[in-house]
Design a protein around this ligand. Structure first.
Ligand code: OAK
Length: 808
């Protein structure tokens, strides 16, 4: 765009914007509130996006392109305003125009709520995949739940987590379109009876409780292209118009109860990350978006296909994100048989060909198993179909492997009074994949080994990726500009092009510019920290960051114990040679996960002690930032020097913050777990610091024993010291971390924190040494960015496209 063209676009934008403000607020620009300025900008942007949206939809319908639908109980999309503006290529026009109008673009963006419709990795991955699909012009859409309340807001009060409801819709949400005309009825409870109609056995669902599923669509705009895909989120509403005044007293109470029971289904996101919550309401949620989503997809398909479902399995991919949407299998069978009149065999072929499944964890506590009684009562027809799927599956197994009762039992979808959702997902999908190479290997060799032996061809691996638009271009604009001026802009469309940075790997001028950007980003985070928690951190210190859900396997505890140990060393020797360090933590704990909450409390207690000790203030700071969410993450990643990825090996399926940090030039300090292994392969051993047990070692100890944490405790005085400090009042009067102490010693340290402690302190020493050599560190940092191409979600989507959905 040349400058006169830009000027024209700016003038047109300003005129439209001023009109819009008047339209949404009834005030002129000068008298409008920042909230109205935001709403006006959002509407203006939405007008542009929806025009392209309509065109994309027309194109998809016309060409009957193969469509992918991600079914996921979570979509953690983050704020969208800036992302739309950048994707429609109006970044400069909007930024400059708003400045010329005397408005504060940053403050306007802050008005947008950050929809917390996910807990962490799994939900954010979906958002990155939608972003990438649209960027690549690929027809892929999301299907999930429009929770009225997203993940709770975390406040830290007296060092402890306090949960506050997240009313993200309180000012309305400008990027969704409610489509009541596309509503669908979801049926719960009741009974099934069969009738012979014209010689066909037909199943009829009676006395059910109907709930209305109303879709809200959010456009997913591709980066600098014409594609706009859809994220459809379903909201639950009572079935009939709720006509209060016509009810008499008894009916009134009944109707109110009905209304709130219906609405409860999409009221709240379960706040558990990688854990299973076997509540009836959760099962209702799972069926809710599966049933509504599939019904609409089938009816849309038929509309474009002469009212027939022929070819559905070849044209539609239903991708199930972990097991929460596992009922897609039986529900699609139900629709195809009961509503479309297909035979079992035809419906089965179609279902198998449409479905694919990604697993996101091997933690046994996350594996979903629903009590038979619960499923049978709530979803009688679905349960019947699950039973039949299982009966046929076991029959086939028997035919292939006769007399192998043990295997057949272990693979059975229904056993021990429960329906095993992972087994259901594998049996009903043509593809099963893990999310990093090690994780997929563990699935094949351990978690799903029985299934792997029966269906080896179904097993795949697709390493996760993250959106370079959101996590590099939007969140680190200074780095984006430096990259553009150094290696051109091709990397924006193909992140592998970052390899061109190798030309600058020894360039002192580039180093200087790069380090200035990193410092500016650190100053920005330091200001945020001062503003929000009143602690001042030195922007030249090492920003050593661990941000993710708080979980024992992620081992924030190992990090915290090391901080305590380092503090002890500094107290012993105030002249200890070390680069000043700021340890920064953020992350939410599931409200019922008391141990994780104790870890937050411990980090805050250590922070309080360290930050108030003048003797160490020049060398050590500890920060816990409240309410980690996508918006905060975007400030954090660009400022990091060290990316803490220290899970017990074999437990973190992939991790994705490791990739976001890497793209922004942080050095990974990590175990050989999840995608850390692939990061290590990509950058080479000199550009990463790894330590600790391997997953084979962990699994060996878990299977055969041989690890006794007490032995480590007894041999290592450093450990004895920090362990005693947990319970002797050092961390504050009346503060006692007995639960943590007991887990590490009495319960033999299930996550190998003490076992890896020594290796971790060595690794931390290496980080310190490396950082103190600025040239070495800068080189490592640039090498990490240069090799981050493979961790773009564009690459992941291309892998899915080629290996799993088989889209040309
Ligand atoms: C959440 C609920 C149930 C099962 C898994 C999860 C989950 O978030 N898993 C995480 O998925 C990410 C995306 O694949 C991975 O990067 C994380 O390692 C994994 O813990």
């Amino acid at each position: 765009m040349n400058s006169s063209e830009k000027q024209k676009r700016k003038e047109a934008f300003k005129a439209d914007y001023i009109n819009k403000i008047e339209e949404v607020s009834g005030n002129c620009l000068k008298e409008s509130s920042v909230l109205k300025q935001y709403q006006a900008l959002a509407e203006l942007v939405m007008d542009k996006v929806t025009t392209q949206w309509a065109r994309t939809n027309t194109l998809y319908n016309k060409h009957q392109t193969k469509q992918v639908y991600f079914f996921s109980i979570e979509f953690l999309i983050g704020r969208l305003l800036k992302s739309y503006i950048n994707n429609i290529d109006m970044e400069d026009v909007v930024t400059e125009s708003l400045a010329e109008l005397g408005l504060d673009y940053a403050a306007i963006q802050e008005q947008e709520s950050d929809p917390g419709l996910g807990n962490g990795g799994l939900g954010r991955l979906m958002a990155c995949y939608l972003d990438s699909s649209a960027a690549m012009g690929m027809p892929a859409h999301g299907n999930g739940i429009r929770y009225k309340y997203g993940l709770f807001e975390q406040r830290i009060i007296n060092g402890e987590q306090v949960e506050v409801a997240d009313n993200w819709l309180k000012n309305g949400y400008p990027f969704e379109i409610r489509k009541p005309d596309k509503s669908v009825i979801v049926k719960y409870y009741g009974s099934i009876h069969s009738e012979n109609i014209n010689g066909n056995l037909t199943f009829i669902h009676e006395d059910y409780e109907p709930i209305m599923a109303v879709p809200y669509d959010i456009p997913i705009k591709g980066y600098h292209n014409e594609t706009v895909n859809s994220l459809r989120l379903w909201s639950a509403e009572p079935i009939d118009g709720f006509d209060l005044p016509t009810f008499n007293q008894g009916q009134f109470l009944y109707a109110v109860r009905q209304k709130s029971e219906a609405e409860a289904i999409s009221q709240i996101l379960y706040p558990n990350d990688s854990g299973f919550d076997g509540k009836l309401l959760r099962l209702k949620q799972e069926y809710f978006f599966v049933c509504a989503g599939l019904k609409r997809i089938v009816s849309h398909y038929k509309r474009n296909n002469s009212n027939s479902v022929d070819g559905f399995g070849e044209k539609i991919c239903i991708h199930i994100n972990d097991t929460h949407p596992a009922m897609c299998g039986p529900e699609l069978m139900r629709i195809l048989m009961d509503e479309e009149g297909l035979s079992w065999n035809d419906a089965w072929k179609m279902t198998l060909s449409a479905l694919s499944f990604t697993n996101h964890t091997v933690l046994p506590e996350a594996l979903e198993k629903w009590p038979i009684d619960m499923m049978n009562k709530l979803l009688p027809r679905i349960y019947m179909i699950v039973e039949e799927i299982n009966r046929r599956f076991i029959e086939e197994l028997d035919a292939c492997y006769p007399n192998n009762m043990e295997r057949n039992h272990s693979l059975s979808i229904i056993k021990d009074g429960q329906v095993h959702m992972a087994s259901l997902s594998i049996v009903t999908s043509h593809s099963v994949n893990g999310v990093a190479s090690l994780h997929s290997k563990i699935l094949r060799e351990e978690t799903f080994n029985g299934f792997y032996q029966v269906f080896p061809e179904r097993f795949h691996s697709v390493t996760n990726g993250v959106s370079p638009r959101r996590f590099l271009m939007h969140s680190n604009p200074k780095l984006k500009n430096l990259l553009n001026e150094s290696i051109g802009t091709e990397w924006e469309k193909n992140l592998f092009q970052l390899k061109k940075l190798s030309n600058y790997i020894n360039d002192p001028v580039f180093y200087e510019k790069f380090n200035a950007i990193k410092l500016a980003n650190k100053v920005y985070l330091a200001d945020y920290i001062t503003k929000h928690i009143g602690i001042s951190v030195d922007p030249t210190s090492i920003f050593d960051i661990q941000v993710k859900r708080i979980h024992e396997y992620k081992r924030q505890l190992l990090n915290a114990l090391h901080v305590l140990y380092l503090y002890n060393r500094l107290k012993e020797n105030p002249n200890l040679e070390m680069a000043p360090r700021s340890f920064i933590f953020a992350g939410k704990a599931a409200p019922g996960y008391y141990f994780a909450k104790d870890i937050i409390k411990l980090i805050n207690a250590i922070a309080y002690m360290v930050n108030n000790d003048k003797a160490v203030q020049d060398k050590l700071k500890v920060v816990f930032l409240a309410n980690f969410n996508v918006s905060l993450a975007e400030i954090i990643y660009p400022s990091a020097n060290v990316s803490e990825q220290i899970s017990t090996a074999g437990k973190e399926a992939s991790g994705t913050s490791n990739m976001k940090f890497m793209m922004n030039g942080a050095i990974t300090l990590g175990t050989m777990d999840g995608a850390n292994i692939e990061i290590s392969e990509a950058v080479g051993p000199t550009n990463i610091v790894t330590f600790g047990l391997t997953s084979d070692e962990v699994s060996h100890y878990q299977k055969y024993g041989g690890y006794h944490s007490v032995d480590i405790f007894e041999q290592d005085p450093r450990i004895q010291e920090v362990m005693h400090q947990l319970v002797d009042g050092t961390l504050g009067f009346g503060l006692n971390f007995q639960s943590i102490y007991d887990s590490l010693l009495l319960y033999n340290d299930p996550y190998f924190v003490l076992k890896d402690f020594n290796a971790y302190t060595d690794a931390q020493n290496r980080i310190d040494q490396l950082f103190r050599n600025n040239k070495t560190w800068t080189k490592m940092s640039i090498s990490n960015i240069a090799q981050s191409g493979m961790f773009s979600s564009d690459r992941s989507i291309a892998d899915y496209q080629r290996e799993i959905w088989k889209i040309k």
